[in-house]
Ligand binder design. Sequence first.
Ligand code: CAA
Length: 285
Amino acid sequence: MAREINTVGVVGVGTMGAGIAEVLARNGITVLAVDRDDAALEHGRSTIEHSTQRAAERGKLDAADRSALLARISFSTDLASLADADLVVEAVVERLDVKIDVFQQLDKIVRDDAILASNTSALSVTEIASATRLPSRVVGLHFFNPAPVQDFVEVVRTVVSAPDVVEDAVALAQRLGKSPVTVGDKAGFIANALLFAYLNHAASMYEAQYATREDIDAAMRLGCGYPMGPLALLDLIGLDTAYEILETMYLQDRKRVHAPSPILKQMVTAGLLGRKSGRGFYTYA
Ligand code: CAA
């Protein structure tokens, strides 16, 4: 019998975690959002407030629904507050050591029948699962940015994921109005395996002064009908996240197209992370 999923923990309320918390709460789920300190929680809370405010202004969410959505999300710096969660989505930084640490803690806190899901973009879900006591309840639940908008979700199944856990994760994604697919644990799954070689190439073209940033982006937007150009998309994803994803994929598959363009590292080191820091390839108000 399928699990009832009514309470979901979200660990890490950065760009992705905040969007995931919003989608869950919008669909009637009680959300327990956890991050490492009050400043991170405040940032997550204001991301959700801003995003739902925008939806309200566009007539997509009425005031009462917005209040109800916000009331469904509670914030804490204590992972132990997730003891009663039916499922936890981890959305912390794209570093294996950090994710493993979070999973090992969650493993001791949540019920044995609770699902542990990672929103990792490219790290091995199998490695994360193997570091826990019950690897069969671990899956990937990979949302796309902005999570409230993008309809695709990759449910990542490892060789030891229990079939009922995968089914329940797929059902949850469907309940959120998403179109989930189940995919094996391969570097970059489906979408990022295709997308990141292209984004990396665009960064290299910019670095080589092949064309201006505006012209590179216009080529793909106006010439190819993409909703955003690649440099604007890198700014949306976050250059630190993009760098980590490329490096992870490169270490796994050694494909030259995934060797991170040096300019990405330089920009990250200089604190130019894209939209979230106010400056990346473009500058944001
Ligand atoms: N949160 C909530 N809603 C948002 C939003 C956000 N951050 N950003 C945009 N929206 C909503 C808007 O409210 C608007 O909604 P309505 O149409 O219902 O009014 C809609 O999205 C369109 O927004 P805009 O009119 O402001 O702008 P746009 O038409 O240019 O769309 C975009 C913005 C949705 C970001 C679009 O440009 C797009 O789809 N870009 C590509 C994004 C993409 O490729 N994402 C995948 C990145 S890879 C990834 O995420 C995987 C990974 O592991 C890193």
